[in-house]
Every structure is written in C-alpha cells, then in structure tokens.
Write a protein that binds this ligand. Structure first.
Ligand code: ADP
Length: 449
C-alpha cells in the first residue's frame, strides 16, 4: 500500500505538480490523462511484455523479440525519468507506439495487435497532444495501409505478416480501418474542442468573478475608510471650531461685565478678533477641503509674468514678516522675464500657507523664498531657519489635522490643502527638514517659458 502511494506520488510529481498552478485548464486535463496513462503503463507494459517474450522465444521470432524489448525499455525509461519533459514523453509514446504497431502489423499480420496499436496511436494523439497531431497520425496510418496495399498488389511478400492477406481482403480491412480511424479522430477532436471551449469559458468566468470580488472588497474597504475618515473629520472639526468659539463667547461676556477696565477691554477685544480670524480661516479651509474632496475645484489656467506675479506677494510677505526675522527673495535674473501658464491664485494660496508657516515656526533667523527653473518645471521653495520637523513626523506632515506641536495657532489643514492644490496644478509639494535647523518646502509646477 505504502509502495503504491510512493509510486503514485512520484508520477504526480513528474506530470502534474507544475500543472496545478494553471488551474483546471485543458492543458491540466491533458496532463491528467497522461498521468493516468503513465500510472498504468509500467505494470501493464510488463504484463504485455512477459507473454510476448515467452512466445517470441518459443517461436523464435527474433525480430519481434528485439522490437518488443527495445520499445519496452526505451519507453519505460523515457516515461519514468525526470530528465524528459512532458512533450518529449508524449512524442516518445507516439513514436514507440507507431514503430511497435507497424512492426507488429508487418511481422505478425492479423495475429498481432498491430492494427490496434495504430488506432490507439491516433486516439492518443488527438486526445492528449493536439487536434493537428490526431489528424497527422490518421494520415500516417492511411499512408501505411496504402503502402501495405501496394506491397500486396505487387505480391511483394517481404514481410511475414503480409502473408496473411491478399490484396482484395486487405482493401476491405484497410477501408474499414481508415473509416474507423477517421471517425475516432474526428469524434475525439470534436469532443476536445467542445470541452476546451467550455473549460476556457468557465475558467474565464471564474477569473472574472474572482477579479470582481477583489474589486468589490477594495471598494468596500475604501467606503469604510471614507466613512471612518468622515467621522474623524467631523469630530476634529467640531473640536477645532469649538475652541475659538468658546474664546469668542467667553471674552464677549467678559467685555460686558462692569469691572473690566479699558486695558483689559483692549486685550479681550484683541483675543476675540484673533479667534474670529482663526475661525474664519478654519471655515475657509473646510470649504477648500470639501471642494477638493468633491472634485469641484476649478483650475483657472492663464498666462502671466512671473515678475509681476511675485512682486506684490513679496511686498505683502515683507509687511507680515515678524520683527525678529529677515525675509528675502532669490529670483534668478533669467526668470524675471518668464511667462508662466498656470493658475496664479492657487499658487499664491499655496505660497501664503508655506510662508505663514515659516513665520510661525521660525523664532529667529531667516525666511527665504527661492524661485528656480528645473527642466519644464518652475520651483518655488520656502526655506526657513526655524524649529524644523523631526524625521518621525515627516511622513505624516501632509496628513489632515496633523500637527507636530499643538500650542501654535492652526488646525493642521494648510499643508494637506496645499499639497492637493499643487497636484491639481499638475505639480507636487515636497518637504525636506531637520529638527532644530529649519525646513524647506518646495512647490513644483509645470511651466512654459
Ligand atoms: P497648521 O499650520 O495650521 O498647523 P499645516 O498643515 O500648515 O497646519 O501644518 C501642519 C504642521 O506642520 C504644523 O502644525 C507644524 O507642526 C508643521 N509645520 C508646517 N510648516 C512648518 C515649518 N516651516 N517649520 C516647522 N514645522 C512646520
């Protein structure tokens, strides 16, 4: 029992192991048939060979003895050896069966199983190799039958097996054989073609369903993620709105109380003003975000001069620059005359955010706006000598609501919006930074000169 299992496993490894990955395709089923044939071939060929051996020795038919022995050894060796591919094994089966069939027919005539072998050869080729192989073996058999007919007609009885026939009887037998061979090859080919179509369509259908399932799962995950993000967004937003609102309401109430002197009134009004501005900017950012999410942000491409675009922005940044900082601009000489095709409002929205962040996170030193051209791209870099961003925070810096420190004003939406806008402009927003040394944010947009 154990020996049988080892034998079966060996043949399985030999023929089917590599076919498994193809699933149940026609090739897989052909390999399965070959697997079954090879499984039975060894014991059966031994069963067929042993009596043939005894008879041929007794009858002294040396030619058949040699033929049988050579084919028995060669075929067993090729079929069971790992050194030969499946295709080689199939070709060997066909060649050996053919030699054996033809030899038996020539030497034993209707006393041997030659005709049976030749018919089996055609069926095997059509079933396990291919449709053309089946047809080819039919033609080879037809040629052989005609050759025998030709020998008999000329009364050339060079082979012992032909003595059993005369021309007329062979014509009858041959015609039957040809017809039977044709019907068998034709039916098998038809069956294989039909099965092949069926298996292929089922296989395609299964693949399609599997693909659809994967896509459905992805869509479901996305929907769940979107739902989760939306809830997180709402929770974050209500928190961010509540903080300045509380300050506005609280200090407005304090303003009404009688004990408040003028100094305090001034301070409270300033707090109310600051928080109102923060609230407004939060509202603007929420509107921007929802427009980006809804895909309704319009990019208004126009031609404009880089110099004319940057000048008012720079004057504004100089005005806003805190006292302990120096703001400077690097604009290469050859860029001053440059004409750009892009959306100037979106670029200034991104730059405003980058520069105001640089002012906010640079206690002292310098903030520099650098304009460069790199191939077909225009680069706007905002570089500061501020607090920098620690390496662990860099991968999350463009995430919504992400803030390295929470004690500064802001809600952590500006960079996320800026990055989306940069991508809408066909460009990108990148960061390089070192904690304690400063940061450099670079907006890269396609531009024409
Ligand atoms: P906000 O500035 O409103 O918090 P942003 O999305 O613009 O939101 O920025 C997110 C976070 O990235 C900031 O809270 C800050 O921690 C960090 N950051 C942005 N710019 C800089 C900078 N120039 N230097 C240091 N940290 C920065």
């Amino acid at each position: 029992m154990k020996l049988l299992r080892i034998y079966k496993d060996y043949i399985y490894d030999l023929i089917l192991r590599n076919q498994e990955k193809d699933g149940e395709t026609l090739e897989f089923w052909k390999a399965r048939i070959l697997y079954t044939i090879i499984l039975f071939f060894g014991p059966f060929s031994l069963l067929a060979y042993t009596p043939a051996l005894i008879i041929t020795i007794q009858e002294r038919i040396w030619s058949i003895l040699i033929l049988d022995t050579v084919i028995f050894i060669v075929l067993n060796f090729v079929l069971y050896s790992r050194a030969f591919s499946i295709v080689t094994k199939k070709i060997f089966i066909v060649i050996c069966l053919y030699i054996l069939g033809a030899g038996l027919l020539f030497f034993m005539g209707n006393f041997g199983p030659g005709i049976l072998y030749l018919l089996a050869l055609s069926c095997f080729s059509a079933l396990v190799i291919s449709k053309p192989a089946g047809i080819a073996t039919f033609y080879v058999n037809l040629g052989l039958y005609l050759l025998i007919g030709f020998f008999l007609h000329l009364k050339l009885r060079v082979f012992t097996g032909l003595e059993y026939y005369d021309f007329e009887s062979w014509m009858g037998v041959g015609a039957n054989l040809v017809l039977l061979n044709l019907v068998l090859v034709y039916s098998i080919n038809m069956l294989v073609t039909g099965l092949s179509r069926k298996i292929e369509s089922e296989y395609n259908m299964r693949k399609y369903i599997e693909k659809e399932n994967v896509e459905l799962q992805i869509a479901r995950n996305r929907a769940e993620e979107a739902d989760r993000l939306k809830s997180a967004f709402l929770a974050n937003m209500s928190h961010e709105i509540r903080t300045p609102m509380n300050a506005i309401v609280g200090f407005s109430e304090l303003l009404h109380s009688r004990q408040v002197d003028d100094d305090k009134k001034k301070r409270y009004s300033q707090i109310i003003l600051n928080n109102s501005e923060l609230l407004l900017s939060i509202m603007d950012q929420i509107i921007d975000l929802s427009k980006i999410d809804a895909g309704v942000i319009r990019i208004d491409q126009q031609h404009f001069s880089l110099n004319e675009f940057i000048e008012p922005l720079v004057s504004n940044y100089k005005l806003l620059c805190p006292e302990n900082l120096v703001f400077s601009v690097d604009l290469a000489e050859d860029l001053t005359e440059m004409e750009v095709l892009s959306d100037p409002n979106k670029i200034s929205q991104i730059l405003n955010n980058l520069v105001s962040n640089a002012f906010k996170f640079t206690p002292e030193g310098e903030v520099r706006l650098i304009l460069e051209k790199e191939g077909a791209y225009l680069l706007f870099s905002v570089q500061d000598t501020g607090s920098g961003i620690p390496a662990h925070a860099l991968p999350k810096i463009f995430d919504r609501f992400y803030q390295v420190v929470t004690h500064k004003s802001g809600v952590g939406l500006g960079l996320s919006i800026s990055k989306s806008l940069a991508e809408l402009l066909g460009g990108s927003l990148e960061v390089s930074s070192e904690a304690g040394k400063g940061s450099r944010f670079t907006l890269r947009i396609p531009a024409i000169s």
